[in-house]
Design a protein around this ligand. Structure first.
Ligand SMILES: NC(=O)C1=CN([C@@H]2O[C@H](COP(=O)(O)OP(=O)(O)OC[C@H]3O[C@@H](n4cnc5c(N)ncnc54)[C@H](O)[C@@H]3O)[C@@H](O)[C@H]2O)C=CC1
Ligand SMILES: O=C([O-])CC(=O)C(=O)O
Length: 308
């Protein structure tokens, strides 16, 4: 198994670190356009092997795609992060060009790779990568819902003062401050609806905090987050390489599911060795369906900007 992570910035390096610690591949290539950065971070990470007891060797590359040849899974994190006060959507101008050229280069050397897109605005970047590459849709997975769901579970756990490990819940829809849909109705504390433990107004606040989870961290840190994004991305990679068939909300191409077509958005999918293998069709309430349709409209408008 060979995995490449493109972009050795905060999210890319954290993703790579999680992947090698869990030994998800024999070889991990970390690639960046900045001279020496990927090589330096790879060496730094490899120096933890003797301390943490793992055997996956990270290899750095300054924009040399030859080194990525034959990758089974490629994660794209290259691109600008937002600054406080910005939306993810404002990154489209620069990041679309980066994601397009990276996708072309990756597929030249790894035509069979499964691609996990992280760069923002993620739903539109996933759509772009799929449209540009023309590879089968099941091989392109956008990472957003995994992270948003982890934030949702964390806010629920904090509110209830319980372990996040006992909370189940999903966030679907777009990966944007106003487009994500935390499914409060379906969230449970070990199978028991969370509404039994949290008052309605508190539950609404948890949902609102989840939606602006990324913006809150961006304001605190000065750039966007990386620990949870890196862990969420590695979790998806693990489900692919270990064929775990986990159900994870991911941005995938819809063809009539959830009433949408020709758009990548977050819905629960089964992730295994083929990429996303199946979409799980949730029975949404009328209000949830309306939120999904509204979210799709915003994502579609963003996609239209690709051709503007
Ligand atoms: N989908 C999600 O849930 C999340 C998405 N993000 C997004 O991930 C992206 C990366 O975020 P950070 O790692 O924090 O940014 P960063 O600035 O720390 O790292 C980005 C890296 O990409 C590299 N890069 C730029 N152009 C490149 C190219 N053509 N080829 C190879 N490498 C190139 C840069 O040199 C830099 O090292 C941003 O767009 C951010 O918004 C971040 C967190 C979560
Ligand atoms: O907030 C951002 O811009 C980065 C991101 O997508 C997240 O952390 O959810």
């Amino acid at each position: 198994m060979k995995i490449t992570v493109v972009g050795a910035g905060a999210v890319g390096a954290t993703t790579a670190d999680n992947i090698i610690r869990r030994e998800l591949a024999e070889e991990l290539v970390l690639l960046d356009i900045k001279e020496g950065v990927a090589e330096g971070k790879s060496l730094d990470m490899y120096q933890t092997a003797a301390l943490l007891n793992f055997n996956t060797k990270p290899v750095g590359s300054t924009n040399d795609y030859e080194k990525t040849k034959g990758s089974d899974v490629v994660v794209i994190t290259s691109g600008l992060p937002r600054k406080p006060g910005m939306t993810r959507e404002e990154l489209i101008g620069i990041n679309a060009g980066i994601v397009k050229s990276v996708t072309d280069n990756i597929l030249k050397y790894s035509p069979k790779a499964i691609i996990v897109v992280v760069s923002n605005p993620m739903d539109t970047m996933t759509y772009l990568a799929l449209r540009e590459s023309g590879i089968p849709k099941k091989r392109i997975i956008g990472m957003g819902g995994a992270l948003d769901s982890a934030r949702f579970k964390t806010y629920l756990a904090l509110e209830m003062n319980v372990s996040p490990n006992d909370i189940h819940g999903m966030v679907i829809g777009g990966h944007g401050d106003t487009t994500m849909i935390p499914l409060t109705r379906l969230a449970t504390y070990n199978g028991i609806p969370v509404s039994r433990f949290i008052a309605a107004d508190k539950l609404d606040k948890v949902a609102a905090d989840t939606m602006v989870g990324g913006a809150t961290l961006t304001k605190l840190i000065g750039t966007s987050a990386w620990y949870a994004p890196g862990a969420a991305t590695a979790m998806i990679v693990e489900s692919i390489v270990r064929n775990q068939k986990r159900i994870v909300p991911c941005s995938v191409m819809l063809n009539g599911e959830y009433g949408q077509k020709d758009i990548c958005m977050g819905v629960p999918v089964v992730i295994g060795k083929g990429g996303w293998e199946k979409i799980i069709n949730l029975r949404l309430s009328d209000a949830e369906k309306a939120s999904f349709a509204k979210s799709a409209e915003a994502v579609r408008n963003m996609n239209a900007a690709l051709d503007a």
